[in-house]
Ligand binder design. Structure first.
Ligand code: PRT
Ligand code: ZN
Length: 298
């Protein structure tokens, strides 16, 4: 008689998170760069719409940005990287998990520069061309404005000159497009940047992977726009130097072999870099090195 041991094969289902990003366009490159910097490496086969990452349990789904909020709301992708403007316009039920620090823009009302503007009442009875009718509708409702909203998908900025509208409601970044079309921005309605969105109610296992990814994103984002600064300074100027330096905690101070001198190391915001360098030089700072910062893990 044999005793047959019944061996139950438990298949551990791998957790795989699907992230939707823009196929091409303004957010594609920076979305890819963010993923790469966060250690999510994918190939660059442009023909594939779904690609699995090499060393992180995620797969990337490439979509038009217009379709990302709905895809995430439905759960066909667990996460998505998309402009907040698209999330606000489409109105789908998604969680906004993290601001990603790129793709900054605003949606503004703009009118021909020859027009006199004295306030939002200007828009009563006007025709306004936009690709963001829902955001505009809500804004007008809040401000008791009754206007004629024309939804168009093409080049909104040419509508007033073409006689199709009196004003536009469109994305503005540098403002160059408005200027070259003879328009002037009169109301900034919504500020936007790329955000990470998620399907509401993701399973705990998926959320664990999502949290890991968000932690990595955060470290990458914190390192952006910052430099690592190293310099030598006379000991006698140390206190003044510490006052000048904006540091996350306090700067690292290392004694040098040469008596009376020390080395200072700290993180400086790109916007403050040259001012800080000039101030440090003025109090005797020497051998100043500025290094690119990759990530800040706190
Ligand atoms: O093909 P797909 O549908 O995926 O892309 P799309 O053509 O709809 O969008 P795309 O790639 O142009 O933009 C994607 C996202 O980038 C937008 O939803 C915003 O969140 C963000 N973004 C940031 C911008 C801009 N800056 C921007 N400047 N999107 C568009 N513009 C356009 C704007 O429409 C206007 O024509 O740039 C012009 C204004 O720019 P300035 O610098 O002249 O003011
Ligand atoms: Zn689009």
């Amino acid at each position: 008689m044999f005793n047959f041991a019944v061996v139950k094969v438990v298949k551990i289902k791998d957790i795989m998170l699907r992230i939707a990003i823009q196929t091409k366009g303004r957010l594609n490159e920076q979305s890819m760069e963010l993923l790469r910097d966060a250690g999510v490496r994918i190939g660059d086969d442009k023909r594939k719409f779904l690609m699995q990452a090499k060393d992180f349990p995620v797969e990337i789904l490439f979509l038009r940005d217009d379709d990302i909020p709905q895809t995430v709301a439905m759960g066909a992708a667990d996460l998505g990287i998309v402009g907040y403007n698209e999330v606000a316009e489409r109105g789908y039920n998604v969680d906004i998990l993290e601001k990603l620090g790129f793709g900054a823009c605003r949606i503004s009302l703009a009118i021909p520069k020859t027009e006199k503007y004295e306030g939002i009442e200007y828009f009563n009875g006007k025709r306004i061309a936009t690709s963001y009718p829902n955001i505009l509708q809500e804004y007008f409702k809040k401000n008791n404005i009754t206007a004629d909203i024309h939804t168009i998908t093409g080049s909104v900025e040419i509508s007033p000159a073409a006689g199709l509208a009196d004003a536009i409601f469109d994305i503005v970044s540098s403002g160059g497009t408005l200027v070259s079309n003879g328009l002037v921005e009169v109301e900034k309605v919504l500020f936007s940047e790329a955000v990470l969105i998620g399907t509401p109610g993701l399973s705990e296992e998926k959320m664990a992977v999502a949290r890991q990814l968000m932690f990595r994103f955060e470290s990458v984002i914190k390192g952006k726009g910052k430099k690592y600064l190293m310099l030598n300074i006379p000991q006698s100027s140390l206190e003044k130097a510490i006052e000048i330096l904006p540091s996350m905690k306090s700067p690292t101070v290392i004694p040098l072999a040469q008596e009376g001198w020390c080395s200072l190391q700290t993180v400086v915001d790109d916007n403050d870099l040259w001012t800080v360098i000039e101030q440090l030089k003025a109090i005797g700072g020497e051998d100043i090195l500025v290094l690119k910062l990759d990530k800040i893990v706190l």
